[in-house]
Design a protein around this ligand. Sequence first.
Ligand code: DX5
Ligand code: ZN
Length: 223
Amino acid sequence: MKMIAPSILSADGSRLGDEITAVKAAGADWIHIDVMDGHFVPNLTIGPGLIASLRKATRLPFDVHLMIENPERYIDAFAEAGSDWITIHVEATGHLHRTVALIRERGLRAGVSLNPATPLVRIEPILPDIDLLLIMTVNPGFGGQKFIEGSLPRIRQAKEMIRTRAPKVLLEVDGGVTLQNIRTIADAGADILVAGSAIFGSGDYAETIGAMKVLLSAQTVPA
Ligand code: DX5
Ligand code: ZN
């Protein structure tokens, strides 16, 4: 079953708890939380303190996307804050395997992410040791950017790599997902679709997430 993970980066920051409650009622499967440090990406967002507060708003899985350098320093803090999934970037640490192991030792699921220009082979050695592979389809740092079209073959290749090497790994896609392209991205192999501006920028969350789910569940028409 394909899932939708609204990114609260595009939510109304003055009412984050209510926004989470609203997307949950609208059918969200996970809550995607973007953590940025102003070094790995040119933007700053939220930290473990706010995540711990938001934990009171819902029991939906928190999918925490760490766009921070040397994430190994903060795994304990994000685990204690109530994260369920923690995803780190291959470009952000020299200790990828150790950090993935640390996340799992804390009883959480571990994801690894690749920026658009990072070769897929970088995650090949670690694929059997992770729970989720996150393919960035924009350059990380900001919501509301356009999906990089060249990402579709990459998603297909990633899916094939997962199928042959580690079939339990979930494939997540993040960046520029809209009602117009969600079906194509899902058909390319994505299991979890992150969407920020497409959901929080829409007038009616239930209508948007509902339409996304209809598109995801529709049968492929045989060629
Ligand atoms: C970008 C973040 C994304 C972002 C997606 O760095 O990782 O999760 O919120 O936003 P949209 O869906 O608007 O591209
Ligand atoms: Zn993200």
